[in-house]
Design a protein around this ligand. Structure first.
Ligand SMILES: CC(C)(COP(=O)(O)OP(=O)(O)OC[C@H]1O[C@@H](n2cnc3c(N)ncnc32)[C@H](O)[C@@H]1OP(=O)(O)O)[C@@H](O)C(=O)NCCC(=O)NCCS
Length: 401
């Protein structure tokens, strides 16, 4: 097959791209009303189309964002989304052609990394994306437990109109404290506002302590049924919860567990190290499942490695292979003082997707070694790398896109 022609899309093609993408997810096209909002989230230069002749057969898009890395730095990052290839054109290299252009464009624009959420785990490793953060979903049988911790501050309900700017400002201030969190771009908030206006009966609660507002939760309650033979529990689902202090975090959870006439409290996409079970009088009232969250791509390996900090330990030299961005190929010397390119022989060599998985501290090099993702002649090299890359908190993104 001749390669599809990859073009930067403009206004004339945005709606076709949106319809094509939604169709690949088996969703209906946007209505005229929906399109008014969705259109605002397309920007010149950020969406690509793959064309066979004049016909669009695939599309990808990215949004301008940022990534918090261990040590507190925030680097430019593109959030990749709306990836789809028309069903009659799949498995002919269309996504590969789009990726080739998109990865190059993002790197040339100065992005240190890009990230995405994968619909299927087999798709993105070959393009250099590795699972760099994970989340867990929790379900708590509220009737069987209570919070062990008393509320110390104040949690108040706020109406949507006043809550959104408040949540947005709190999010911008609080989120970079955890590695793996990303900046929410204006279009992300546009879609959030649309959701609030249109559906869901979303509720907003804000926590405050001695220094003012320091946390918020957005949640929704799906009413159950008490009809005999058709009983369904009433479920309160946490959509977004951010807290600046341990007190604000505990206060928000205690508030949620205290909402009356709720059988279950569920939370989507929470950090792996969020100790909710330790708040409960009966930890078995909580059940959880874990999933992969961020697929991270280091576009500029040298800049990414230099941006984060490292712990005390012996230096290690990591070799990197990158099929799509060969300027990343090479060896990088990591020490407690930082990271830089070197001509030294590497202690081990990894593909760029494997480095991305370890970059924020989610997986250890030791685990990667015993599962065959890296081979090393030096038996202690994975352990040395782990000492340097160690982090205090589980990396977590917390923003769905
Ligand atoms: C995922 C999708 C974009 C892939 O597009 P595509 O044009 O078929 O991908 P390519 O032909 O470039 O595939 C490149 C390689 O990845 C493999 N691959 C692609 N999609 C795959 C999938 N879903 N499962 C397994 N392997 C896949 C191909 O087999 C090919 O492997 P090869 O190089 O060994 O031959 C397309 O299948 C799609 O639109 N799916 C539905 C929507 C979706 O899931 N979008 C992603 C949202 S995150």
């Amino acid at each position: 097959m001749t390669d599809p022609d990859i073009r930067v899309l403009d206004d004339a093609h945005f709606r076709t791209a949106s319809t094509l993408f939604r169709d690949t997810l088996h969703a209906r096209p946007p209505t005229d009303e929906e399109w008014k909002t969705v259109r605002a989230t397309y920007q010149d230069g950020q969406a690509l189309g793959a064309f066979a002749g004049d016909e669009m057969v695939g599309t990808v898009q990215c949004f301008p964002s940022s990534l918090a890395v261990p040590g507190g730095a925030v680097v430019p990052m593109s959030a990749v989304s709306r990836v789809g290839v028309r069903a009659d054109w799949t498995r002919r290299g269309v996504l590969t052609a789009l990726q080739r252009v998109q990865l190059r464009a993002m790197r040339d624009a100065g992005d240190v990394a890009s990230s995405l959420r994968a619909s299927e785990s087999a798709i993105y490793g070959r393009f250099g994306y590795g699972v760099a953060t994970r989340y867990r979903e929790v379900r708590i049988k509220r009737r069987e437990t209570r919070s062990r911790v008393p509320v110390e501050g104040r949690v108040r309900l706020v109406d949507a109109e006043r809550a959104l700017p408040l949540c947005r400002a709190l999010f911008d201030r609080l989120s970079p404290e955890r590695p793996g969190t990303i900046g929410r771009w204006p279009g992300w908030w546009t879609l959030m506002v649309q959701r609030v206006l249109k559906e869901d009966n979303l509720k907003f609660a804000v926590a405050s302590g001695p220094a003012g507002d320091d946390g918020f939760v957005i949640y929704q309650v799906a009413e159950g049924s008490f009809e005999i033979g058709r009983e369904r529990p009433t479920v309160l689902t946490v959509r977004d919860l951010w807290a600046e202090t341990p007190r604000a975090w505990a206060d928000l959870w205690r508030f949620l567990l205290g909402v009356d006439l709720v059988h279950e409290v569920a939370a989507e996409g929470r950090p792996l190290d969020e100790p909710v079970e330790w708040l409960l009088t009966d930890r078995r009232a909580l059940r959880s499942v874990e999933g992969d969250e961020t697929w991270l791509r280091l576009l500029d390996v040298e800049a990414a490695l230099a941006a984060r900090t490292y712990r005390a330990g012996e230096p290690v030299v990591v070799g990197v292979r990158d099929r799509f961005l060969p300027e990343n190929d090479g060896a990088y010397r990591i020490t407690p003082a930082g990271a830089s390119r070197t001509s030294d022989e590497p202690d081990f060599v990894v593909d760029v997707d494997v480095l991305a998985a370890a970059y924020l501290g989610d997986v250890s090099f030791a685990a990667l070694a015993i599962t065959g993702h890296l081979t090393s002649d030096s038996a202690d090299a994975p352990g040395r790398a782990d000492a340097l890359f160690a982090v205090d908190r589980a990396p977590w993104c917390g923003t769905f896109f």
